[in-house]
Design a protein around this ligand. Sequence first.
Ligand SMILES: [Zn+2]
Length: 438
Amino acid sequence: MIDLITKEEATVVYTLNSSERQLLSTKAIKGSENEQAQVVLLSSIKQESLWLRCDCTNDPAIMTIRNRDGNLHLVNIHNRGHHSEQCAFYKLINNKDKEKTAHEKLGMKQSFNFHKLATEKKVDPEAPIVKSGQKNKQSEDTLYRLIACLFESAGINEISSRIPLVYKERVKRILSAAEQFRLGSKSLRSEMFWGIVNHAKAYEAIEKEISDKTDINNVPTKLILSVIDNYDFTDMGMTVSSTIRNPSGEKKINITLDADCKVVLANKRFTSEDAPFILAYTLIYDTKDNRNIIRVGRAYIRPLASIHNLIPCDNRFERSAINKCESVYDYNKKRGNILKIVRPLLSISAPISHQAIRPDIIMHSAYNKAIINVFANSEEEYLKVRHGQTQYMEEIAQVYNITPEQSNDTQEGQLTISDGNIHEIIKASAKFVLNIED
Ligand SMILES: [Zn+2]
């Protein structure tokens, strides 16, 4: 029997039923339904700060849940009882340690390389190349892939109390997640700078490496990530601005990125009015044709749901939906209902058809799962593509689609859906996920 107990008084809050016990005591296949159910159950226990007590011996083993490399694991608390060698949890916990060593040997770091991108052809500054990331999700922009991997690994794309919805706290997580990745042959953390305020520092770091190095053709690329309020294309290049918030007040700073850098906007459905944005750009030492200059290699811009959560999004309807998810999460948490809400940043594979799908939001609890999609458009072609994806998403969960409509009272072509309507659909999916009757 496995009891969930409070840490202080060891009061039994809940006893796992046999299927929950089975779920936690077996190792799930990566990416399987079972794994996701495990994550939901483990994270809800962790969020409630409960321990698990296994009574397989007279000296019951106490287990807790640890976050290791972004994955939740059951571990035994040292000197707090023990399992019998026949206990499924004994086997699970002891095997896992061996596995981890093997996994570590493989090396987990994913590497991003911008050497090829650094020498990309010069772009006419009059017409900055604006590539839509929307058309073909398979050929995602490299800078976006980097943001997505980094933010997912930092847990930034999750709406939960695991990481407070506080700008500084989230930036800290992103910086520490950067230690798991490489940029070229270096650790991403050592080559990454947060905030355009540190542009000069990144520039100086390259200057220093040029003066230290004999091989100037191999000066490492630097990456700058920043939240920005505005961007504007001028003859000089792209001017971006950012607000620095200190206890002493706010300060606005501007910088202009070289005219010949390549700028990719996530899609064409947002404008510079739709702040805040995440900006990522590379700073490179360009030695092509003996130019030998430090310049911006390329840049990528995408809207964020909010300055607090730093969750990348596509458009204003999706932003509204993500922010409504926060209030639905809080509302339910106060009532003891734990939801896990994730905004996937990379495509996932549908389990049966193996089609690549990209749900906008996935919501789950220990009982059910739902996918919430926010359509940005009511064009026939767009809807065809998105509805075509729905059937594959249904392989995973119940699908809720939020579709904006042509508005009568605003200008032609303007789409509208009220925040209230978005809220209602998200509340309905939460009720479904939590098995709550009306
Ligand atoms: Zn046991």
